[in-house]
Write a protein that binds this ligand. Structure first.
Ligand code: AMP
Ligand code: GLY
Length: 423
């Protein structure tokens, strides 16, 4: 089979490396891919949002199956477009991808179907929002309705901060039309858990849980980033909580989407907070998480392509998805300065990898056969082991053998999870 993977980050590299192990895969193309992905797939410089060009490419290369990894093309309707020309896809159609594309939509869905989430009020008018801010408790959470490159959530400690966030989103339109509507949501507390799931629209199968580390600096300080590291499984997510989430969140969400005529197929990502009042949904994503995928897929023992095709065909069953009982850790190596200004173009030296080790490349390009840094998050150093402590130690060992100028990584990935395990 000829596969196409749309996207070009560490998540896509992990997906491609896993798909290479699937039965019947002859060739994998990546659009646009990156310098590291180019070592595992044939990359072409077509952006994930260039829908016309992607459709043309898929037809020309006679693609048998396409995996759409990032949110933008899913929300823009790439799956709809590819299906029209007879290319089956992994990922939701646009009418279902709206679960990530509009926070107002997903909040209304949860309210309508009684799915636990933070209380919130929606506003389309700046003055009304500001009036509400005079009466609410602090901290409070402001969310732009639409996609905002992961920056559309602001936690405001004071009234002044909240007004300035609402002004930036609704009047200055820093996220464009994504800020036409906003949510003002109650501030919740508790450990966060990412649960990715496979679903064919009827059956939902959660993958092993994970924990992201979103802040740039150790001890969860510094600016919010795309994710500086991950571990799986997440020790806060006990079997008991998993059962509760299945009953109160996962199954009801899949049913609700079907009921609304928006059957969701692909990977549905549940961003959960384990609050004192029980697990609640912080956000849904219509895709694999990044860098969660980098620790979840190495633990998958089943054939990824078979599972993906079953989500498309509506034939997903429990026995198709098996994860190992071990643990996995990913330490992201970034360009110093990320998520703000940084320099790139430095040569990357990769080590020889052991059996349970991997490197998933995100921001790098190949120049004359030499891998060079070309982004904020450069790569993820990954290791799996029978226990989390060893996985974390080994992931750091891999990272310490990788060399490039201006490399930066957090030194405490997995620390919170390990302290939870020791309690
Ligand atoms: P998102 O961009 O939706 O991933 O949100 C970014 C982060 O904001 C989440 O991972 C949470 O840490 C935090 N967050 C979002 N909503 C809330 C909330 N209602 N209460 C507390 N923290 C929140
Ligand atoms: N790691 C968070 C996300 O993929 O949205």
């Amino acid at each position: 089979m000829k596969l196409l993977v749309v996207g070009g980050g560490g998540r896509e590299h992990a997906i491609i490396k896993t798909l290479k192990k699937s039965e019947g895969v002859e060739k994998i193309y990546a659009l646009p891919g990156n310098g590291g992905i180019a070592l595992d797939a044939e990359c072409y410089p077509i952006k994930a949002t260039e829908l016309d060009k992607i459709v043309e490419f898929a037809v020309e290369k006679k693609i048998d199956y396409a995996v759409i990894a990032p949110d933008d093309p899913l929300v823009m309707g790439l799956v709809n477009r590819l299906e029209e020309v007879g290319v089956p896809c992994f990922g939701p159609r646009s009418e279902a991808a709206i679960i990530e594309g509009s926070k107002v939509f997903s909040k209304n869905l949860m309210k309508k179907y009684g799915i636990p989430t933070g209380d919130s009020v929606t506003f389309t008018n700046y003055d009304d929002a500001v009036n509400y801010l005079k009466t609410t408790d602090y901290p409070t959470v402001i969310k732009a309705d639409g996609l905002a490159l992961g920056k559309g959530v602001i936690i405001a400690g004071t009234y002044e901060e909240a007004v300035s966030a609402v002004k930036e989103i609704m009047l200055d339109k820093v996220f464009g039309a994504s800020g036409n509507s906003i949510l003002i949501e109650e501030f919740m507390t508790g450990p966060e858990v990412s649960v990715l799931s496979f679903t064919d629209g009827n059956v939902v199968i959660p993958m092993v849980s994970s924990m992201d580390h979103k802040r740039a600096k150790d001890n969860d300080e510094g600016l919010n980033t795309g994710g500086m590291g991950t571990i799986a499984p997440n020790p806060y997510y006990t079997e008991e909580i998993a059962k509760e989430c299945m009953e109160t969140i996962f199954v009801p969400t899949i049913k609700a989407m079907k009921e609304e005529g928006r059957t969701f197929k692909g990977c549905l990502y549940f961003g959960l907070m384990l609050t004192p009042k029980g697990p609640k949904v912080i956000e849904y994503n219509c895709r694999f998480g990044d860098p969660e995928t980098q620790v979840v897929l190495p633990l998958l023992e089943s054939d990824l392509l078979k599972i993906m095709q079953a989500t498309t065909n509506g034939t997903l069953t429990e026995d198709m998805v098996k994860f190992s009982s071990g643990a996995c850790a990913c330490v992201v190596m970034a360009s110093n300065g990320y998520p703000q200004k940084y320099q790139s173009g430095f040569e990357i030296t990769l080590p020889t990898l052991g059996a349970n080790e991997d490197v998933f490349v995100a921001g790098a390009k190949l120049e004359g056969g030499v891998l060079k840094t070309a982004g904020g998050r450069v790569l993820g150093a990954v290791a799996s082991a029978s226990d989390l402590e060893t996985a974390v130690k080994n992931a750091y060992q891999v990272a310490n053998k990788i060399k490039f100028e201006n490399a930066y990584m957090r030194s405490d990935i997995g620390k919170r999870a390990l302290s939870c395990l020791k309690k």
